[in-house]
Design a protein around this ligand. Structure first.
Ligand SMILES: *Cc1c(COP(=O)(O)O)cnc(C)c1O
Length: 376
């Protein structure tokens, strides 16, 4: 028998969350008279830990898929995905363009070097590109004063038959926070406004959920949003839960109690003895540790659900185990199911907050030794 830990991925939650996003965009479109944008479901990083093939199935109603890794893009094609695929970091070397061509991928272009590589390529069909503008995040993209020149080069490549559609794209640094998107959006509109036709894409999850009007009434071009985290049922916001948007957790990490200790007052728990019982209490030991992807920085008090009852983690998380307070669950014993996060547990965002991180990191964290089961 394997250890009792398991990650379950709910296909219906994935497609439900995609629906939530689509309905939000439809409402915004109705309110402003704009067009409903298309959705690139972002499935980078093994679909935020949910598995590429599972994501392809769960997001079958999306118009496109977006990711970073060429190998993952190829897996999408092999899984039967025939729609658009966007490479969010583009290609890295000339040989990548052969795969871009063979698997009919669209690509972000964010450097001069990528334009040079395209200029030397002889693809069998035109490559659709999204020319990326750096609107202040200073991660990827052409600076505003270089964007016009890059666009001219892209137009030349189109004349040469190398490039097809030329889209315009940026990424927001602060869509989830008080700064919002107004400032980068002004830069985006000023720089890209006069540059002719082509798809436009600016919104991640936070912008799609908080400013859907940005996606529906932009510059009268076909618009694509790029939601990631919300499609997996976690929140991009520190102050609004995923449930408040009607999103459902797609990943549930579950295990079991594999040992119980009856503690006397004053007894200590775990490495470093960081937890001390202030009264006699029962502690359950759960088969889940940081080598499974559970955050070691989650301390005493982190929520966990044992036998359907919400309780707390106590002491330090170790490599293969963690301890929980069984006082609220007197019936619990060896074999009692434990939900670390997900459907019947705390939200992944609550656990992340307790560990000083974000849900994104925890969803990507389960390690290869954790068996993954796909639920309908
Ligand atoms: C990761 C990523 C997204 C999706 O971000 P979420 O916050 O998960 O919605 C969108 N666009 C780009 C360029 C990204 O790298």
């Amino acid at each position: 028998m394997p250890r009792p830990i398991q990650a379950s991925i709910s296909l219906s939650a994935l497609s439900h969350n995609l629906d939530v996003v689509r309905r939000r965009l439809e409402q915004a479109a109705q309110a402003t008279g704009g067009a409903v944008p298309s959705i690139w479901a972002v499935i980078k990083a093994n679909a935020y830990g949910h598995g590429i093939e599972t994501a392809v199935a769960g997001f079958s109603a999306a118009q496109g898929l977006a990711m970073l890794d060429l190998a993952e893009a190829v897996r999408c094609r092999e899984a039967g995905w025939g729609g658009p695929i966007l490479l969010l970091e583009g290609f890295f070397q000339p040989a990548d363009l052969e795969l871009v061509d063979r698997y009919h991928l669209s690509t972000t272009v964010h450097t001069r070097e990528q334009l040079d590589m395209l200029a030397h390529a002889r693809p069998s069909r035109r490559v659709d590109i999204m020319l990326k503008l750096n609107t202040g995040m200073n991660r990827l993209g052409f600076m505003p004063d270089a964007y016009g020149g890059a666009h001219v080069r892209a137009l030349q490549l189109r004349e040469q038959g190398v490039v097809g559609a030329i889209g315009k794209m940026t990424h927001f640094a602060c869509a989830d926070g008080p700064q919002g998107v107004a400032k980068p959006l002004r830069v985006f509109d000023a720089v890209t406004g006069g540059l002719g036709e082509g798809p436009v894409s600016v919104c991640n999850s936070a912008a799609t959920l908080r400013y859907p009007e940005v996606a529906v009434d932009r510059v009268r071009q076909p618009h694509w949003v790029r939601p990631g985290i919300c499609l997996y049922g976690a929140s991009p916001f520190a102050d609004v839960s995923a449930a408040e948007f009607g999103l459902r957790p797609a990943m549930s990490l579950r295990s079991q109690i594999i040992g119980v200790q009856d503690l006397a007052a004053g007894a200590e728990v775990g490495y470093g003895a960081t937890f001390r019982a202030d009264r006699p209490m029962r502690v359950g030991v759960v088969a889940c540790g940081y080598a499974d992807g559970y955050p070691r920085h989650a301390g005493t008090g982190t929520p966990v659900v044992v036998g359907g009852v919400r309780t707390r983690l106590v002491g330090r998380v170790s490599m293969d185990m963690l301890a929980v307070d069984l006082d609220p669950v007197p019936a619990a014993g060896v074999g009692t199911p434990v939900s670390l996060w997900g459907q019947d547990g705390p939200s992944v965002d609550e656990v992340a907050q307790a560990a000083g991180t974000i849900g994104y990191e925890l969803l990507c964290a389960p390690t290869p030794r954790v068996p993954v089961k796909r639920d309908p």
